[in-house]
Write a protein that binds this ligand. Structure first.
Ligand SMILES: Cc1ncc(COP(=O)(O)O)c(C=O)c1O
Length: 377
């Protein structure tokens, strides 16, 4: 294999559709096409009229206008509509990176964010999010030590999968200033944007002309089956080159998806509120659960997003491995937690997904197993 295994997808392939209790999903509760149409005041008849011809490669102009209105500094010309959010990572890395380049990428990370860069260029250096007692922190001294004249790109993702970390506006501006001073590109994955409870930060697209911003409707808006995503690129040369790469992958967005994405964006505030209220209720369940099981887990409440990264007490696990615990838990009990090792991190963390309405039943199932003394054996 010429590229590292996509461990998260491999893990989900094994368990996602055969296990009754999903506690690891990063997307939020979804809905039917009928429900989305009803919510947005459109009809099945309108969907039925959509032509199944090729569409504009860069994306439908009206949809790009709607998307651009989510940013302060972006125009419809700066938007490229994708055939899935994950496609944007592949296209951006192919566009920006040469063999001799170095990249700095936040760790832990969604696999694609590091693996595609790793496949294409000289080296990808991890910039570690560091666990503190209650949350996670960014270490700018470490970032400084990782960067040199070969560094082409810094890859970040805020709100962050899997920790739920969100930098303060000052920290985010510091990161942008750091990149700008050195002429380094910033790839900012903002797919969980809109799921904040406390502070918010601006989009990198509004702060930095050398940024590529990824977003889509899979997580915050609960519509992963739509495969709707986009990138915002203000630099015309890089945008044109990215569109050239797109001609080799998917050519153009799917017309039914563009229609439905446009309906969803019209009601995006309501969709995000729906996801947030599910997450808030699930976070309250977590508080009680982790207080009860504090000897096995260290809980760091996420600041934003739909996932949390939970530390496990290795001494209490068979083989001292959170990864083994996750596989056994899924096989023995049908309860799915994602091992932190899939996200490039130490073997004592698991990712928990908070956006699904089946969360309470799944958490109760895990609670029962632990009450019965289950340790992964
Ligand atoms: C940080 C991040 N970026 C991008 C994606 C890709 O989204 P999609 O699967 O909808 O293409 C994911 C999916 O889990 C993600 O967590």
């Amino acid at each position: 294999m010429k590229i590292d295994a996509f461990l998260t997808e491999q893990f989900f392939t094994e368990y996602e559709f055969s296990s009754p209790y999903l506690l690891a999903a990063s997307d939020c509760e979804t809905m039917s096409i009928g429900d989305l149409l009803a919510m947005s005041g459109s009809s099945l008849a309108q969907l039925g009229e959509i032509q199944l011809g090729y569409t504009e490669s860069q994306g439908n102009p009206q949809l790009r206008k709607q998307i651009s209105e989510m940013y302060l500094e972006a125009s419809p010309d700066d938007i490229v509509v994708l055939t899935s959010p994950v496609e944007g990572i592949y296209l951006a890395m192919q566009t920006l990176l040469e063999k001799e380049d170095e990249v700095v990428a936040l760790r832990p990370a969604y696999d694609a964010l590091t693996n595609v860069a790793q496949h294409l260029c000289h080296q990808v250096l991890p910039w570690n999010l560091v666990p503190s007692t209650e949350s996670w922190t960014l270490n700018f001294e470490e970032l400084d030590s990782l960067v040199n004249e070969k560094t082409k790109l810094i890859i970040v993702n805020f709100p962050h999968n899997p920790t739920g970390y969100l930098p303060s506006p000052e920290e985010f501006e510091r990161l942008v200033a750091f990149a700008r001073d050195r002429g380094i590109w910033l790839f900012c994955d903002e797919i969980y944007r809109g799921l904040e409870w406390g502070h918010t930060i601006p989009s990198a697209a509004d702060l930095y002309e050398k940024s590529i911003v990824l977003c889509g409707l899979s997580k915050t808006y609960g519509l992963p089956g739509l495969r709707a995503g986009w990138v915002v690129i203000r630099d015309e040369t890089i945008r044109t080159e990215l569109i050239n790469w797109k001609h080799y992958t998917t050519i153009c967005p799917a017309s039914p998806t563009e229609f439905l994405a446009s309906q969803a964006i019209r009601v995006r505030a309501a969709l995000a509120e729906r996801s947030k209220s599910i997450i808030e209720a699930n976070l309250e369940l977590c508080e009680t659960f982790f207080e009860k099981h504090h000897q096995l887990f260290t809980w760091r409440r996420p600041q934003a997003g739909s996932v949390a990264f939970v530390e496990m007490n290795q001494n209490q696990l068979v083989d001292s491995s959170a990864e083994a615990f996750c596989h056994n838990l899924a096989r023995d009990k049908g309860i799915v937690l994602l091992p932190g090792t899939c996200l490039g991190y130490e073997d004592r963390f698991v990712r928990m997904g908070l956006g699904r309405s089946g969360f309470q039943a799944a958490l109760n199932a895990l609670d029962q197993c632990l009450d019965q003394g289950y340790t992964g054996a």
